[in-house]
Ligand binder design. Structure first.
Ligand code: NAD
Ligand code: GLY
Length: 368
């Protein structure tokens, strides 16, 4: 893969600011890590799929900087984003005598990144960590912005902390091994940024979708850069989601219900988000915020990206009721009232409640 030149996006959070480096040949270059604070030890956290592919190269790059480099390999998959798996990271830290300066490296997709971040936030009340995201989804979204979490059987990402990394390394080369289904899942989060913030970016994605699906390095680099710029701008204004940041959850209220309703891992997170955006767009249209042509345009793009556009049936007896029950367990809910991220005109999002009857109509119309 011929990688474009290095680009850097900055996330501006006062003393918690950090760079997001995007390019090729980054994650295994010792220079990438030269600005990090010194420590006697580092812990590389990865999983059973990613570790055999990339861990040795990351360890080699860190060799000159850290005296003791430890590693822990987690089971792979959303179903393992749990307390039990999180504890494996704490076991590795304690068994290896890691101290307050030990630096954690999250080498993997969003699941590894979210769990490593949460472990870093809580080990000895906080140790530094670096994100080395290896999926498109993690490069455009989860590694940036400091949301860390594990799942609870009753709700997705319900237990976690806001905790920023020191550095994010988006290396395009690692995407060469990413399966097509995972690439599509990442595209859901790329597409998300268009309707909520930047219609010119949506136009660009429509024109360049084939190049993105073919993993063209220049197209991927632009998609990652623009996604990170939009996310950095939002997080820079509202780090802890007291308002604006909620727009980044477009499609997630329906999507999280799909993920937890089917059992974590049945649908990929990005698949839930893709289909959830279709459902949220329909709800926006029924509330009179966008016209049907916009909904159809977004649906076509999501389908072209290889993502499902019809929701699964979660209950044979009362499907809409099941969705509603699951959606009430959402971090945006207030006093049991579901709050949806809606498209309030192309390129603009708003967070609002909607009448249950209307939400039921959307679910009935959008589910297989
Ligand atoms: P994932 O971490 O499960 O990775 C997807 C799959 O790809 C896994 O099987 C993984 O082992 C494999 N993989 C990763 N990199 C690879 C590579 N380079 N080559 C081959 N295989 C590779 O899933 P994801 O889509 O990266 O992340 C989804 C998670 O991210 C969800 O848990 C979601 O809640 C979370 N998320 C968090 C935020 C946030 O702001 N923190 C934002 C969006 C999503
Ligand atoms: N992925 C949503 C957020 O980071 O706020």
């Amino acid at each position: 893969m011929n990688a474009p030149d290095l680009q850097t996006v900055s996330i501006d959070l006062q003393d918690r600011s950090y760079p997001i480096a995007i390019g090729g040949k980054l994650f295994d270059d010792p220079l990438t890590y030269s600005g990090l604070p010194g420590a006697s030890s580092a812990l590389v956290v990865s999983n059973t799929t990613v570790a055999p592919l990339y861990e040795a190269r990351l360890r080699a790059a860190l060799q000159g900087k850290y005296q003791n480099i430890h590693s822990v390999t987690l089971p792979d998959g959303e179903a393992h984003k749990t307390w039990e798996t999180l504890n494996l990271i704490f076991d590795a830290l304690l068994n290896n005598g890691c101290d307050r300066k030990t630096i954690l490296f999250a080498l993997g997709g969003g699941v590894v990144g979210d769990m490593t971040g949460f472990a870093a936030a809580s080990y000895m009340r906080g140790v530094p960590f670096v994100q080395v995201p290896t999926t498109l989804l993690a490069q455009v979204d989860s590694s940036v912005g400091g949301k860390t979490a594990i799942n609870h059987p009753l709700g997705k990402n319900m237990i976690g902390a806001f905790y920023q990394p020191l550095l994010v390394i988006c290396d395009l080369e690692v995407l060469t091994t990413l399966p097509a289904r995972e690439l599509s899942a990442g595209l859901a989060e790329v597409i998300k940024y268009g309707p909520i913030a930047d219609m010119a970016f949506l136009d660009w994605i429509e024109s360049n979708l084939d190049a993105l699906l073919a993993k063209d390095p220049a197209a991927l680099a632009h998609a990652i850069q623009r996604s990170c710029e939009i996310k950095a701008a939002v997080v820079g204004q509202d780090e802890r989601e007291s308002g604006l940041r909620a727009i980044l959850n477009f499609g997630h209220t329906f999507g999280h219900a799909i993920e937890s309703g089917l059992g974590y891992g049945a649908w990929l997170h990005g698949e839930g988000v893709g289909c959830g955006m279709v459902m949220a767009a329909h709800l926006s249209q029924r509330l009179g915020l966008v016209d049907l042509s916009f909904v159809m345009r977004l649906t076509r793009l999501i389908e072209r990206a290889g993502l499902p556009v019809r929701g699964p049936v979660l209950s044979a007896t009362d499907n809409a009721g099941r969705y509603l029950d699951l959606m009430r367990i959402d971090k945006k809910s207030e006093a049991g009232e579901i709050r949806f991220v809606l498209i309030d005109g192309p390129g603009r999002a708003a967070v609002r409640a909607a009448p249950d009857a209307l939400v039921r109509e959307v679910i009935d119309a959008c589910c297989a």
